[in-house]
Ligand binder design. Structure first.
Ligand SMILES: C[S@@+](CC[C@H](N)C(=O)[O-])C[C@H]1O[C@@H](n2cnc3c(N)ncnc32)[C@H](O)[C@@H]1O
Length: 272
C-alpha cells in the first residue's frame, strides 16, 4: 500500500460506513474491499463507489429490505416463552424469509438436513460460514442435546441477532462478524456448512473456495450451490457450479456425496 492509499483508506471506510445500508458491515471487511479498490483506481471517489458496489453484490443484494432484528427477536422470544413447539419453527421460517438466499431453502427444510446428514454420527458442533439467516434452520437439524453452533457473516447487527437466537433455540455457541476470506474459522467441528458461499466469495477472491475447503477443520462439509441466479434465471448454472466443485476437489482424498434438490445442488464432503 503506498502513502496515498494509506491516507485515503480511512476516508473511504468512513464514507462507506456513513451510509445506512453499509454501516453494520464489519469494518475490517470494508477495509479489505476498499484497499483492493483503491489499489486499482487510485481515485478516492471512484473507489468509494466501487467498494459500495462490491459490498452490495456480496452482501446487500441478499437483503430485500432493512432487517428488523428487534421485531424478529421479540417474536421469537414470545414464541419460545409460550412453549408452543410448533410456533418457534413458524417464526424461524418467517424470519428466514427475509434473506433471499436463505429463503430459497424454505420449501426444502423438512428433507434437507434429514437427507444430507442422515448417515453421520451425532452432531455436537457446527460452523456456518457466511451464514446469512441460515442458523434459524436449527430446529430442522439433527443436533445432539448440547450441540455448539458457530455462525459467521460480515454484518455485526445480524450476528448480534443470531447470538440471541442460538440461545433461544437451545444450542450453545455464537454469531461473530468476520471476513472469512481473511479470517477463516479453524476450530475443530463435526460439520461445517458452506451453503451457496463459494460463488459469492470467489467474486472477490478466486482462490477462496479451495482455501476454505482445505482450511476448515471439520469432519464433514456441506457445500452447496444455487440453482438460480438472484434474478431468477437458470442460465446453465448448475452444470457450471458442479464442474467448478469437482475441479476444486480433484486429487483430494475426500469422499463426496451429491444431492440435487430443486433450487440447490449440495455436496457432502467427508474428510475423515
Ligand atoms: C449467497 S448468501 C448465503 C447465505 C447462507 N449461507 C444460506 O445459504 O442461507 C452469501 C452470504 O455470504 C455473506 N458474505 C459475503 N462475503 C463474506 C465474507 N467475506 N465473509 C463472511 N460472510 C460473507 C453475505 O453477507 C451473505 O449473507
Amino acid at each position: 500500500m503506498n502513502d496515498l492509499e494509506y491516507h485515503q483508506i480511512d476516508q473511504l471506510i468512513e464514507a462507506v460506513l456513513a451510509s445506512s445500508k453499509y454501516r453494520s458491515i464489519d469494518r475490517d471487511f470494508v477495509r479489505y474491499i476498499g484497499m483492493r479498490e483503491l489499489a486499482r483506481r487510485q481515485n478516492l471517489k471512484e473507489s468509494i463507489k466501487a467498494t459500495k458496489n462490491k459490498l452490495h453484490q456480496v452482501g446487500g443484494a441478499y437483503q430485500d429490505s432493512t432487517p428488523r432484528y428487534a421485531v424478529w427477536l421479540d417474536k421469537l422470544r414470545q414464541a419460545a416463552q409460550a412453549g408452543d413447539r410448533e410456533h418457534v419453527p413458524d417464526v424461524c421460517k418467517w424470519v428466514m424469509g427475509h434473506h433471499s438466499s436463505t429463503r430459497e431453502r424454505l420449501p426444502l427444510l423438512e428433507q434437507f438436513y434429514s437427507t444430507i446428514l442422515a448417515d453421520l454420527p451425532p452432531i455436537n458442533s457446527i460452523i456456518d460460514i457466511a451464514c446469512g439467516l441460515h442458523p434459524l434452520a436449527i430446529p430442522w437439524m439433527p443436533l445432539s442435546e448440547h450441540a455448539h453452533y458457530y455462525a459467521y457473516d460480515i454484518y455485526q447487527d445480524m450476528m448480534d441477532f443470531l447470538n440471541e437466537c442460538v440461545a433461544l433455540l437451545h444450542v450453545q455457541g455464537y454469531g461473530k462478524a468476520c471476513n472469512v476470506l481473511q479470517d477463516c474459522p479453524t476450530q475443530r467441528v463435526d460439520v461445517a456448512f458452506m451453503l451457496k458461499v463459494i460463488p459469492c466469495l470467489e467474486q472477490v477472491d478466486k482462490s477462496a473456495g479451495l482455501r476454505l475447503l482445505e482450511t476448515i477443520n471439520a469432519d464433514h462439509l456441506v457445500v452447496s450451490f444455487p440453482a438460480y441466479s438472484l434474478g431468477g434465471r437458470k442460465k446453465g448454472m448448475v452444470a457450471n457450479y458442479e464442474a467448478r466443485f469437482y475441479e476444486l476437489v480433484a486429487n483430494k482424498p475426500w469422499s463426496i456425496q451429491r444431492f440435487a434438490f430443486p433450487g440447490e445442488l449440495v455436496f457432502l464432503l467427508s474428510k475423515s
